[in-house]
Design a protein. Structure first.
Length: 162
């Protein structure tokens, strides 16, 4: 399939965004609680099929990723909301979360990534409104939901079949 995006946009999505993200992940791994994250990684590996933990493990495995210290809930939100990990989907999820949760440091830092995705800026206000209308994911307890049925939790949160 031919990529019809302009070259500058491909560079934003495929070079600049991933490098900025890798820089942030480097610091999270450097200063985060790696032992706790390793324990969580092992836990999701053994979750039963159909659970949130199993879906999270499959999501990470499919992309060759591992949980990042301090960012585990972010990865959980990918699974619950159905957004991918490319630059546009990361920003779509961030826009949803700007509406869904109080503005914190992680949300504010997400603004730095906006520059790399001008092609989807027009979509972001609607996603923000959708997040505002949904139950808050901000206080979702990572460890408590791992063994919960994914479909049931999505329905409980009003997310449908994301």
């Amino acid at each position: 399939m031919i990529d019809r995006r302009p070259r500058w946009l491909r560079l934003c999505h495929e070079v600049a965004f991933p490098r900025q993200l890798a820089f942030g992940i480097f610091f999270l791994r450097l200063f985060g609680d790696r032992a706790r994250t390793h324990h969580r990684q092992e836990r999701i590996r053994h979750c039963a099929e159909g659970t949130v933990g199993h879906a999270l493990h499959a999501f990470l495995q499919a992309r060759g990723l591992h949980l990042v210290p301090g960012y585990e809930r972010h990865d959980l939100k990918h699974v619950l909301l159905g957004f991918g990990t490319d630059a546009p989907d990361e920003m779509r999820m961030q826009a949803y979360m700007w509406g869904n949760a109080p503005l914190g440091l992680d949300s504010a830092l997400g603004l730095l990534f906006l520059v790399w995705t001008p092609d989807i800026w027009s979509e972001l206000p609607a996603l923000c409104r959708r997040g505002r209308a949904a139950p808050s994911l901000h206080r979702l307890d990572f460890d408590a939901v791992l063994d919960v049925d994914l479909v049931a939790l999505r329905q409980q949160l009003g997310l449908g079949d994301a």
